[in-house]
Design a protein around this ligand. Structure first.
Ligand code: SF4
Length: 66
């Protein structure tokens, strides 16, 4: 299901990491510009639950991105 980009796309650290070449752009295609409904970060943000910038859309923590 595609309904445009995630509402947090412009401010999400995942976008910045990809633009900096520190993360594969597949994350943007698969989640942010694709199925953002399955993004762990999206729902944690929605619920007001704290989560680190270095947590990937699938919930995996990437400490090296700190
Ligand atoms: S990582 Fe998740 S919350 Fe961030 S822009 Fe992509 S889909 Fe939205």
């Amino acid at each position: 299901m595609r309904r445009g980009a995630c509402k947090w796309y412009q401010v999400c650290p995942i976008k910045f990491y990809c633009e900096q070449g520190r993360l594969d752009r597949k994350w943007l295609d698969e989640y942010c510009l694709g199925e953002w409904q399955k993004c762990t970060r999206y729902w944690m943000e929605e619920r007001g639950e704290p989560h680190p910038d270095y947590m990937l859309p699938n919930g995996e923590l990437r400490g090296e991105l700190k």
